[in-house]
Ligand binder design. Structure first.
Ligand SMILES: C[S@@+](CC[C@H](N)C(=O)[O-])C[C@H]1O[C@@H](n2cnc3c(N)ncnc32)[C@H](O)[C@@H]1O
Length: 311
């Protein structure tokens, strides 16, 4: 057989295998348990951590976007959110709740660089275990397994409530907004950053967008995305509302993250290959969803919304 034909056949077979895997073995949202189990798996296999580092969120590349190290951009998102929400003005030791804290990347920056006393919560026990391992003794960070929709915390107990990219996993956006605001002290600061869909007043989804949207939801255990406008209403009309809700759109500043997260695998192949063949297929399997996310955020179907209530 011609050498090139053989190579194309092998590449084609790998492509169809991965595509089949992608279409059939998705991580469709069923309940908060399916979200917990998806993050437990993503934490246990260390693939995400090896590739993305301590932050399970997009990076900030600036307006207009600049070339930047992939991991530095992720840490910069935290610093930009701190700046945008005026958190720098708060006294050292202020209590901060990080809702949907991942493995604690943001929590540690908020404790170590800004002096907050942080409680990070996540639905995934494995993330909480890993977050605790990564946090040095003496750091003002502790972590607990808790459901964001049923916070086991008193009303008005935190100076700051922070939540980054957890909202898409919440089936009830109003309850999510209510819980964030319930535990926030009057005069406290709320900061939320999330993936949002285009609001229907700006155009209903066409056939292609509906197909893409279904994959964006089902592949990563998302019950639904809110629009920026809808979530702003959830916050403003909440019975626990604590002030003026301001929003901004950081889609452009975060957009390079998607392509960069694929390039990162090529830049540092050892991060994947050191984990074995299984990790290689797992990594390849995420590429279609990442590229669909890139398409959705660059075409206006998805937007990166930031929300704040400032003192
Ligand atoms: C995309 S990750 C973001 C992680 C983290 N904020 C970061 O920036 O690295 C989404 C996080 O939300 C958490 N999460 C999802 N549903 C949750 C729920 N119902 N209660 C608490 N955490 C939840 C996940 O476990 C995960 O830690």
């Amino acid at each position: 057989m011609d050498k090139f034909l053989l190579i194309y056949t092998i590449l084609g077979a790998v492509f169809f295998f991965v595509f089949f895997l992608w279409l059939t073995s998705n991580r469709k949202y069923k309940s908060s348990f399916s979200v917990a189990s998806a993050y437990d798996n993503w934490t246990n296999d260390r693939l995400l951590e090896n590739l993305w580092g301590e932050h399970v969120h997009l990076g900030f590349y600036g307006h207009p976007p600049l070339r930047k190290d992939f991991r530095l951009a992720k840490a910069d998102l935290v610093h930009e959110l701190v700046r945008w929400s005026g958190l720098v003005d708060l006294p050292e030791g202020s209590l901060l709740l990080d809702v949907g804290c991942g493995i604690g990347g943001s929590s540690r920056i908020l404790a170590n660089d800004y002096g907050f006393n942080v409680l990070g919560i996540s639905i995934s026990p494995m993330q909480i275990k890993r977050a605790s391992q990564l946090s040095l003794k003496g750091a003002n960070c502790k972590f607990e397994v808790m459901d964001a929709l049923n916070l086991q915390l008193s009303d008005n107990s935190f100076d700051v409530v922070w939540s980054v990219e957890a909202g898409p996993h919440m089936p009830d956006k109003q309850l999510y907004a209510d819980e964030l605001l319930r535990v926030l002290k009057p005069g406290g600061v709320l900061i939320v950053a999330d993936w949002n869909r285009r609001d229907s007043v700006n155009g209903e989804m066409n056939f292609l967008e509906r197909i893409v949207m279904k994959q964006l939801l089902d592949q990563w255990s998302h019950p639904e995305f809110s629009s920026i406008e809808q979530f702003q209403v959830c916050l403003s009309t909440s019975r626990f509302n604590k002030g003026l809700v301001e929003v901004d759109d950081w889609t452009l500043a975060t957009l390079p993250s998607w392509k960069q997260s694929v390039f990162e695998g090529f830049r540092r192949p050892k991060a994947i290959l050191s984990l074995g063949t299984n990790a290689f297929f797992k990594a390849i399997r995420e590429i279609p969803t990442i590229m669909l996310m890139h398409w959705a955020f660059s075409s206006g179907l998805m937007r990166f919304g930031v929300f704040r209530i400032k003192r």
